[in-house]
Design a protein around this ligand. Structure first.
Ligand SMILES: *Cc1c(COP(=O)(O)O)cnc(C)c1O
Length: 395
């Protein structure tokens, strides 16, 4: 039974395929590797694609499918697909879109491992890439070559929080027939739906806001049915980075509270950003929800709110950044984001350490830059902790 609703608060709980077995309220975990056929002929029909039905869990599983249908609905896509990690989703999609000697245009500022994957693709398959802030039409057009096969965007950019105008990029890409892929991890479909702005494929590290509880590593993709089917039958099936049924179940559970959680993340982040801006130890606060952020007008155009992530630079050295982090009592030092717990990390030595120093500095990732994933705690408690740590560093 399939149900459709138009409000996301209802969609996250009720949309997509429901399980009718024994009246179970939640989708059961189909913890099985394979599915039996009633006859040899049925097996033949399923393999030939002449009959719907499950075959083997790497090719499809009912619990995983429920999640795939839900993400498709939330992103306004025809189809969705789940993977064992965000990077499994990124790599399956990029490998499905490219062949040797192709070219990709990417946002200047990428998740560290996505950058690592691009380097690997260049080394092994001569698939090259250009990095750009995509600030205006001329800048984008000047990078397009005959062998350009896709534009790959993170917005807000990790961890510098610049915003890329999705409508502007999609409009130009459409003229050239080049698909636009957006890593929507930082916003979740509650804050931003890239397909509604003309983009073609959306990706998530579901590990982050979609899970929301720091207990799953997973990835999702959504887009046109033809393309998603192609990925399912090639770079997902044959490379094999599938999601486990239990993880899909946990993500379906996490999704139910996505809108409620995101509202709190965004409000807490806005409060903390304001406080940080007024502290003498802080050089610059990078938060897209701040009306003084240079990209605020673009943010308003394509995002519901500014998100739950703040980056900031401190006055001082790498050691000062580390002292600040070590002085926190409530906020924990960890990579990842989007959890109930507030997490702090140092991109230059952690998530973006794989990027050569000169490239890293070009991307704006200096030793003074710190990234904060604002959690669901009472914001006053978070500020109290940050303030005492900042004051300690100033002594
Ligand atoms: C975490 C993250 C990824 C990678 O996801 P995993 O689930 O860790 O494999 C990709 N992109 C962004 C923006 C991320 O934050």
């Amino acid at each position: 039974m399939e149900k459709k609703f138009s409000n996301m608060e209802t969609q996250v709980i009720h949309s997509g395929s429901q399980n009718d077995l024994l009246g179970s309220l939640t989708m059961p975990i189909f913890q099985t590797s394979t599915f039996t056929f009633a006859s040899a002929e049925q097996g033949e029909r399923r393999f030939a694609g002449e009959e719907d039905g499950y075959i083997y869990s790497r090719l499809g599983n009912p619990t995983v499918k429920a999640l795939e249908e839900r993400i498709a609905l939330l992103e306004g896509a025809e189809a969705g697909l789940a993977f064992g990690s965000g990077m499994a989703a990124v790599s399956a999609v990029l490998l499905a879109l490219t062949k040797s000697s192709d070219h990709i245009i990417c946002s200047q500022g990428l998740y560290g491992c996505t950058y690592g994957l691009l380097e690997l693709m260049e080394e092994k398959y001569n698939i090259t890439h250009s990095l750009s802030f995509m600030e205006n039409e001329e800048q984008i057009r000047s990078l397009i070559r005959p062998e350009t096969v896709c534009i790959y965007i993170e917005t807000p950019i990790n961890p510098t929080m610049k915003i890329i105008d999705l409508e502007l990029v999609s409009k130009i890409a459409y003229e050239y027939g080049i698909p636009v892929v957006v890593d929507n991890t930082f916003s979740s479909p509650y804050l931003q739906q890239p397909l509604k702005h003309g983009c073609d494929i959306v990706l998530h590290s579901a590990t982050k806001y979609i899970c929301g509880h720091g207990d799953v590593v997973g990835g999702l993709a959504a887009g046109k049915k033809d393309f998603i089917d192609k990925v399912a039958k090639t770079t997902l099936k044959d490379i094999g980075g599938i999601m486990a049924p239990f993880d899909a179940w946990l993500l379906l559970r996490g999704l139910k509270t996505l809108p409620v959680r995101m509202d709190r993340h965004c409000e807490n982040a806005a409060r903390i950003s304001e406080k940080l801006k007024s502290h003498p130890m802080i050089e610059k606060v990078l938060f897209p929800g701040d009306p003084e952020h240079p990209d605020y007008p673009i943010m308003r155009k394509q995002m519901k709110q500014g998100g739950g992530l703040i980056s900031f630079t401190i006055k001082g050295s790498k050691q000062d950044a580390q002292t600040l982090m070590n002085s926190l009592k409530l906020i924990q030092i960890a990579v990842s984001l989007g959890d109930a717990e507030t997490l702090i990390q140092h991109p230059a030595t952690m998530t973006h350490a794989v990027i050569p120093e000169n490239k890293r500095i070009e991307m704006g990732i200096t030793d003074q830059l710190i990234r904060l994933s604002v959690g669901l705690e009472k914001w006053e408690d978070l500020w109290e902790d940050l303030e005492q740590a900042l004051n300690f560093c100033m002594r």
